[in-house]
Design a protein around this ligand. Sequence first.
Ligand SMILES: *[C@@H]1O[C@H](CO)[C@@H](O)[C@H](O)[C@H]1NC(C)=O
Ligand SMILES: *[C@@H]1O[C@H](CO)[C@@H](O)[C@H](O)[C@H]1NC(C)=O
Ligand SMILES: *[C@@H]1O[C@H](CO)[C@@H](O)[C@H](O)[C@H]1NC(C)=O
Length: 278
Amino acid sequence: MVTPKKSAFYVALVYTCFLVNHACDHDGVRFGYSGSTGPNFWGSLSPNFLLCSKGMNQSPIDIVKDKAIYNLQLEPLERDYTATNATIVDNVFNIALRYNDTAETIKVGGIKYKMKQLHWHLPSEHTINGQRFAMELHMVHFTEDDNITVVEILYRYGKPDPFLFQIKEQLAELHAEGCKAEKGDPLPVGVVDMTELKQGGDRYYKYVGSLSAPPCTENVICTVLAEITHVREMSKEQAADLMAPLEGSYRHNSRPLQPLNGRKVQLYDKSLKIRKVM
Ligand SMILES: *[C@@H]1O[C@H](CO)[C@@H](O)[C@H](O)[C@H]1NC(C)=O
Ligand SMILES: *[C@@H]1O[C@H](CO)[C@@H](O)[C@H](O)[C@H]1NC(C)=O
Ligand SMILES: *[C@@H]1O[C@H](CO)[C@@H](O)[C@H](O)[C@H]1NC(C)=O
């Protein structure tokens, strides 16, 4: 039985949680995924977020397979992922792994980018022929002069994702800390093996888009890994663990689709490339 005293305590706790979550938002501006701070209003929440409403090259998009242009010039993804120290952080609007000055790199269009952080969206933000997936992982890479490339990996529910085993304990810890944790306080994870995330890439879609959350920075090279025959999988429990530390309304952190505005999506397909070369 919950005594009146106890229930008052719970109310106070929930209330504190609420305040903490809302007090420590990104850049001091609260944005959300529903209601008056939802995606339709991001552009008016801060002058820094203007691109979210005015940008013409925003992400995510629906990728229409038949409209993607096969480009023989595109190269396979050159991902130099090994093992690296990381921290995990509850950003209020997502859970992210952060990397300091790591050796983890990707080469896109002959340019080398360093991995800076990765985070998850539920459900997927990109859709393929209108089909939405269970989850989407964003791996965010930067050049020295802050050009950005994001590799987006789509997941469906199925067998557990071995990569996520590595952060299971830390996710539980973030969840358990709940109200006590300062949002944005990174928790060390130790060495995370990245090689698992090198898989896939025989087929990808590439277009010029944006960060899919404020400040919605543009000129981001987006590479969507979408091998429909080999979609990556994670279990429902893992997806729930990834979202558990977040406040309820942020457990659904997927921005609606954005207009293409004439942009072209390019297709890299290893099997087509081999056939055309022969
Ligand atoms: C990770 O950090 C620890 C402690 O700072 C250090 O001893 C170790 O060499 C680092 N490992 C890698 C792969 O960077
Ligand atoms: C990253 O660098 C900052 C500042 O140099 C340091 O405080 C932090 O512990 C580092 N994190 C990792 C995972 O090495
Ligand atoms: C970053 O982008 C700018 C503008 O497109 C370009 O001029 C510059 O060469 C790029 N930097 C790197 C390191 O590729």
